[in-house]
Design a protein around this ligand. Sequence first.
Ligand code: MN3
Length: 244
Amino acid sequence: MSSSSNSRRQFIKQTGKAGIAMASMPIIHTFGGLQLSQEVNYIQQPLPYAFNALEPFIDAMTMDIHYTKHAAGYTKNLNDACVAESVDIKSKSITSLLESISKYSTKMRNNAGGHYNHELFWQLMKPAPATSPTGALADAINKSFGSLDNFKTAFSDAAKTRFGSGWAWLIVKEKGQLAICSTPNQDNPVMDIAETKGYPLLGLDVWEHAYYLKYQNKRPDYINAWWNLVNWKFVEDRYNAFKF
Ligand code: MN3
């Protein structure tokens, strides 16, 4: 698939041979004192499905441009900012960078967020997923929001009412409670400057670049369609990474 070879070329271009050895080493990421091993690093990973795999809900051209242009740009600019601002990406996890983002430039904030958010976004969608969560996550959603339908309505409202560009989130806070919030631009709840802080379980990109080709100004139609793609198993795995 072309996305895979593009990513490979980009990976080699960005990191060189030393980067390949580095990427094979496990990077431990922490959040709120917890160690999480499934986090993203500073390299754009291959898209886990074809550009057209999410049709009819998200069209192939949108996925192609979104992944190869917008998201790839955030990753490149993040790496440039890390060089300019002396961030050692071999030792500093992306999560810990986000947790201290107020110490860095606006370029770092926008692109560290853009990189992290998109790497997460690709993984939490898949073609024909299970239509609901199970296990501890299902219990937590029912306890926090009353029902899955109530949760989806509240999350959709957060996405619909985010003015301009941004993201809607389901997060888990340090003491384990779930919450819904939204952030502007490429900010996210991991950042120290976020109004509501937590570990993102689920995030929805409501920038126009995510939906305009197919849905134009109809953001609510995009949001309603997106629920057909949520990879609940992946969301559950993120939730279960917490040991309460
Ligand atoms: Mn986007």
